[in-house]
Design a protein around this ligand. Structure first.
Ligand code: PLP
Length: 382
């Protein structure tokens, strides 16, 4: 049966070139990178090559990139270590962050850290004046943790503005950039940012590997203790194949970014127009005409007897999409993001998320299948 994959914000298919590089590495480079013999040194060199490449694409220096198991670990590391090692007493964040930030903040709050949540509007945008007045209002050492792009509704935040405000008021700045690394240009040398995180499986790399950028001036200690890997910052034998695959995936993503963006933007716009033309009462979540992540289109369908089953019906028809956050795909739990933007709970939201592997023909297939599931406009039926 035909399958159309439109859940790329949850994870992306790994690209063939990345698989090839990883398989070669698995065959050839089996040494432990901490060993001093030849096999160990070869693997160490492969890891350092990967670090150099990733640092280059991020505008960072080599010493500022540390490999982790992915976005969740990188975000935990930034938040927990900033509190422990940089005397952060207050964290300003938002209610639409991914659970790996939100739940970490809950646990830090229980340990006495003051956590302040900014308001978000119905489009998921922040009020930067509120951020400024909060930054002004206290002498407590503060960390601002705000995601670059929301994974459920795609709203982008203004990193330049947040970075300037943090600098002006002497706050640390962490951004969960998991959905933007490899999709938008990111240059840490042009931003005053202390921590950001990336995850390979969001840009056609392998799962279970990511990185954290830690600005040279922000001296944190390890979250995971053990051996002296990652210059004593993150213990454990390195995920060599993952790291090598991630560097290749980032190279492919960054070198062809504009062409891929153009293709994905046009697929997103095509689906959007097709939905508006063919179906009754379609709405979109997030800042869908303004500042948005082009890989995501979150569609709000009107309430109907079938709408509760929409995600399941799409799956049965061969279409993979998501009802909310990636991590609860399939589980159909209420989404904290939809609650924060005060989405109408009677309507049904489906997140379609794209990659450059999708085609216009696939979008036509989705629209044809949707015609059997949701209310079609009368003029289309006529
Ligand atoms: N942050 C955001 C915005 C995400 O979308 C995700 C994954 O869904 C994560 C963090 C977690 O990343 P990982 O799956 O690499 O742990």
């Amino acid at each position: 049966m035909r399958r159309v994959y439109l859940d790329n914000a949850a994870t992306t298919p790994i690209s063939e070139e990345v698989i090839e590089v990883m398989v070669d590495c698995m065959r050839e480079h089996y040494g432990n990178p901490s060993s001093i013999h030849a096999q160990g040194r070869t693997v160490r060199a492969a890891i350092e090559q990967a670090r150099k490449k990733i640092a280059g694409y991020m505008g960072a220096s080599i010493g500022e990139i540390f490999f982790t198991s992915g976005g969740t670990e990188s975000n935990n590391m930034a938040l927990r270590c900033a509190v422990r090692d940089l005397n952060v007493e207050r964290i300003i964040s938002s209610p639409t962050e991914h659970h790996c930030v939100g739940h970490t903040l809950e646990s830090l709050e229980k340990k006495g850290v003051e956590v302040v949540m900014l308001d978000v509007c119905g489009k998921g945008k922040l009020d930067y004046e509120e951020l400024e007045s909060l930054l002004k209002s206290s002498d407590k050492k503060t960390l601002v943790s705000l995601m670059a792009a929301n994974n459920e509704i795609g709203t982008l935040q203004n990193m330049e503005l947040v970075s300037a405000l943090c600098e002006e008021y002497g706050a640390y700045y962490h951004s969960d950039t998991v959905q933007t690394v490899g999709h938008f240009p990111l240059d840490v040398s042009k931003l005053k940012i202390h921590f950001l995180s990336g995850s390979a499986h969001k840009f056609h790399g392998p799962k279970g590997v990511g990185f954290i950028y830690v600005n040279n001036g922000s001296l944190i200690k390890p979250l995971i203790h053990g051996g002296s890997q990652e210059r004593n910052m993150r213990a454990g034998t390195e995920n060599v194949y993952g790291i090598v695959g991630m560097a290749k995936a980032l190279e492919l993503a960054c070198d062809n970014m504009e062409a891929k963006q153009e293709k994905i933007e046009s697929l997103r716009a095509y689906l959007k127009n097709q939905l508006l033309e063919n179906f009754e009462d379609i709405q979109f979540n997030g800042d869908h005409n303004g500042s948005y992540l082009y890989t995501v289109l979150s569609v709000s369908f009107p309430n109907s007897p079938k709408s509760e089953m929409l995600l399941l019906m799409l799956d049965i028809a061969g279409i993979s999409a998501s009802g909310g956050s990636a991590c609860s795909s399939g589980a159909e739990k209420g989404s904290h993001v939809m609650q924060a933007v005060k989405a109408d709970p009677k309507r049904k939201s489906i997140r379609f998320s794209f990659s450059h592997y999708n085609t216009k023909d696939e979008i036509d297939y989705v629209v044809e299948k949707l015609k059997t599931m949701v209310a079609v406009k009368e003029e289309v039926l006529a």
